[in-house]
Design a protein around this ligand. Sequence first.
Ligand code: MG
Length: 272
Amino acid sequence: MRIARYVVGENPVYGVVELAEDGGEHPDTILALTGDPLAGPVKYTGERVHLDDVRLVAPVIPRSKIVAIGRNYVEHIRELGNAIPEQPVSFLKPNTAVIGPGEPIVLPRVAREVHYEGELAVVIGRICRDVPAERVADVVFGYTVANDVSARDLQKSDVQWGRAKGFDTFCPLGPWIATHLTVEEASDLEIVTSVQHADGTRVEGQRASTALMMRGISELVQFVSSWCTLLPGDVILTGTPAGVGPIVPGDRVDITIEGIGTLSNPVVAQDA
Ligand code: MG
């Protein structure tokens, strides 16, 4: 199923999305849930709303952290002129960087070159540490789409990447969490990123498969959980394929991952 978080009145609530492609009786609707499915058991409330009538928000605000993996696709490593790492490269993004579908990515005044990075995101469902690769499916709640927005100039000039990848709005997540995909299915999904410019022209930047990851989902969850405890709602970003590129005010970034959905965010200047 697809678990979305959306706003009714002022309060975000969770619900199960039914799409036309699911072939059910209620296409493009959300069936509301009680509570937070990442925190405990939930039930249907019986209330159903149309997708067009609600505002989706980030499907999860990580309780403790977003752990991102860098340099995990060979062609992306090459396009930026970096070396293939012997160990996985991991870094943290603050949960304050998270925004939801449709919310603007704000380009900081201090950054001159900001790039999109379309990525598969793994949402953790259980507290866990030292997860063996063969047990990873037990701790995964589901998958969503992420944009690991990166100030490329600051990434090069700062020794650490915390600022370059940690600005407010630099971690769009959504549109919802797909919980029906197995680890194997999520390991071979097409990922496409395009940018629509203010003049209406559209440029496709990334078209790849999650099968091209150097280290796959199981290896990454095993690796990350070998150095930190993962909590329900924590998010692991699995790295970006080749084709990253700059975004400017007026653009809209659309990242589609097969079987999950499309995450779209406009781009604005700070204090615009
Ligand atoms: Mg990245």
